[in-house]
Ligand binder design. Sequence first.
Ligand code: M6R
Length: 366
Amino acid sequence: EKGGYEHFMLKEINEQPRSIADCMRGRLDANNGRLVLGGLRDYMNKFQNADRIIITACGTSWHAGLVAEYLFEEFARIPVEVEYASEFRYRNPVINEKDFVIAISQSGETADTLAAIELAKSKGATIFGVCNVVGSSIARATHAGSYTHAGPEIGVASTKAFTAQISVLTMMALKLGYQRGTLSENRYMQLLSELETIPSKVERALQLNDKIKEIAAEFKDSRNFLYLGRGYNFPVALEGALKLKEISYIHAEGYPAAEMKHGPIALIDEEMPVVFIATKDSSYEKVVSNIQEVKARKGKIIAVVTEGDTSVKHMADYVIEIPETEEAFVPLISVVPLQQLSYHIAVMRGCNVDQPRNLAKSVTVE
Ligand code: M6R
């Protein structure tokens, strides 16, 4: 049951330190420099020699796919395309035997994702599944796969499944990079050790709950929200906006922060809360200047920053400090306060958090 929590969603948000650890258990052993994904073993050759990786999914799983695009390109130097399953399947896409297709799905029952898999399979591509539900249709339709082992996710808004998907995809990218030699032994070992610390860092991030509740109280009556991030945090911005939309029914949009000046900046006034994900990484300085642009137009700024950050503090109306990690692993932590923010706003608005209107946990219709 809900284990003492008021909603499944809150329980599942709080389970993430454990679900991420469960996902890595038996796979990652940083001390001995070992990373084993059983499902990948027989297909490693194909994976390593793929001309291209195509990722297909819907909704939150598609956002995990976007994070994976950055991971695979950075660590393994293989070109990646991330496709909405619903578009991919109807578009007569160019696919062949040298393509490695990764289908991501929590439920393993999403109709569009399943159809995209069948299409890619018919063209001779290798299909790898990243599913949470064991024995699901997608798990059965793929050639091979790795389960996310996040445990049952009941809340319609996906939370722990998302971080588990990113955990699997991160392990895949590191393994691939190491095998292809695009990642040096040293760097590989360093990354493995850091990955192992993620569950405890997520645990620390969860402790910001009370602060986030205060922010939620402040903004619960807003009619619109903007979420902005760059690089690895761009998909996190999309995910934060989706979470808010689906459970609180507040209109929210996620954008890469640099795109703001190409349109969305026109929306900014004192009524517009803007959530920035501005962690200390390679695009930090750029994001800071985007924050200044919003401030100059009197937008209300909520910023997710790295612990100890001082510059953003002076600009933002609210700051949420999360533990520092490798740039590539930040989404696993930065998404957590955004999940909490949407949760508290929805509860304060009296919404049915676990079963939002018009939505089903698995979308088995096209
Ligand atoms: O079960 P799947 O991962 O295939 O589901 C895909 C989407 O329907 C799903 O992520 C949806 O967007 C969630 N409600 C998001 O919280």
